[in-house]
Design a protein. Structure first.
Ligand SMILES: [Fe+2]
Ligand SMILES: [Fe+2]
Lengths: 96, 332
């Protein structure tokens, strides 16, 4: 076997028919972005799952670290007033 | 199943666990998902690579017995359906290789291990597909058995594996139904067609039962894998469930399950049935099944014949990138 390099990994994002955001659906290997889009069509949209595809090289993604999960996300826990249900509005006011 | 005998390494005894291992087990017990960058015991990682790898290999090798009939399908419509089904299986293999890769193994490494025989795939794909009715039996029984195992795995502890399973399960029901539709056509057709359907059932019944792996009493690695939630049910549980669901479907077709001991057990609320020949199962796993050599040879050939193509696309991508870099430089 020759010491050829492996095709890089790409993360695939697809927007469905109903105008929602592109959503991460999985990943695949391809030599370049163009082929990644073609392969993504075959692998992830065989049943009309999407109308638009984004591909991003996996190595270009920066992620939050799992060990910082606490400091990153726990502060939101105490801020219940950010939710509409925090406020009691009398029934007489009607739907709000 | 698609992963039939996965060796599992780890500790089930809490007292023996390190504090990290205990915290990890607690997360699993609380039904939390484990994600790629989270800390995990080495045994969990290794066992998962083995299991997901075996599962992926089975999807890929599993294309071969059906691929055998694509050019000989009886109608254009049947050909299109079979082609779509086999294409789905290629996708299943890809989803699973990607899930395995999040654990620190590369897809090419996994391929190499498949091709060298260091990693296994499901025993079921080492049986030949001799007639068109086999396309019915494979979809109905083999995909049926796979579904039985894959549906609970959607809740497995490892996030990427669970997500791959969700995608796969969405597609599997088409596979089983198209197979059963082929069986209906054959079983309700001419006497010769019905005979072919019966023959297919005869040949695929026991190999399908083997898909769930050895009996619980001989299944040494189950306990650890179940504690880690990478195996959700015991082999015997799933096998029983499969028999209970499949027997009435065979009856509807007017076909006879090739087991004289098969009988509804009122007390248990389940069918009693004969175990497959485990001797045969272990022989097939060892590489001595009817088609082991043929399947591996086909995989190796596909890999070797594709090498120039993979390299060509890589070379093209490098060249295009260099050209882009040069024109960016010129524009500055
Ligand atoms: Fe599959
Ligand atoms: Fe399938």
């Amino acid at each position: 076997m020759t010491d050829r390099k492996e095709w890089p990994l790409w993360e695939i994002f697809i927007r469905g028919q109903h105008g929602l955001n592109h959503r991460h659906v999985g990943s695949l290997h391809a030599p370049d972005a163009e082929m990644a889009i073609r392969n993504a069509r075959d692998v992830y949209t065989r049943r009309k799952e999407g109308v638009s595809i984004w591909v991003v090289k996996s190595s270009d993604i920066a992620a939050s670290s799992p060990s910082e999960k606490g400091p990153m996300f726990d502060p939101a826990e105490s801020k219940v007033y950010r939710h509409p249900t925090f406020f009691d509005i009398p029934d007489e006011v009607g739907h709000m | 199943m698609y992963a039939q005998m996965v060796k599992s390494e780890g500790k089930t005894d809490r007292a023996e666990m390190s504090p990290e291992e205990r915290a990890f087990q607690d997360r699993i017990d609380a039904n939390e998902k484990i994600e790629p960058k989270d800390w995990m015991p080495d045994g969990y990682r290794k066992t998962l690579i083995r299991q997901i790898g075996q599962h992926a290999h089975s999807e890929i090798v599993g294309q071969l017995p059906e691929g055998n009939w694509i050019t000989r399908a009886p109608t254009l419509e049947r050909k299109q359906i079979l082609l779509a089904k086999v294409q789905d299986e290629a996708g299943h293999g890809l989803y699973l290789y990607c899930a395995a890769e999040t654990l620190g193994v590369s897809r090419d490494e996994l391929f190499e291990k498949l091709h060298s025989g260091a990693m296994k795939y499901s025993s079921i794909f080492n049986y030949p597909t001799l007639t068109w009715a086999d396309m019915g039996a494979v979809g109905w029984l083999v995909d049926g058995a796979a579904i039985m195992n894959q549906v609970p795995l959607q809740r497995t502890s490892y996030g990427p594996y669970a997500r791959a399973m969700v995608r796969i399960c969405k597609e599997e029901s088409f596979h089983q139904r198209q197979g059963y539709a082929v069986m209906m056509r054959m079983a309700f057709g001419t006497p010769e067609q019905k005979e072919m359907a019966q023959d297919a059932l005869n040949r695929f019944w026991y190999p399908s039962l083997m898909m769930f792996g050895p009996s619980d009493k001989d299944s040494v690695h189950s306990a650890q894998s179940m504690a880690w939630r990478i195996k959700m049910n015991t082999n015997d549980e799933l096998r029983q469930k499969f028999v209970d669901e499949t027997v009435p479907q065979a009856e509807y077709l007017g076909l006879t399950v090739p087991d004289e001991t098969l009988k509804w057990n009122e007390e248990r609320g389940h069918y009693d049935f004969a175990e497959p020949d485990w001797e045969e199962f272990f022989e097939v796993l060892k590489g001595n099944g009817p088609c082991n050599d043929e399947r591996l040879a086909a995989r190796r050939k596909a890999w070797d014949d594709g090498e120039w193509f993979r390299e060509g696309l890589s070379a093209y991508a490098d060249k295009a990138a260099a050209r882009r870099a040069a024109s960016d430089l010129a524009a500055e």
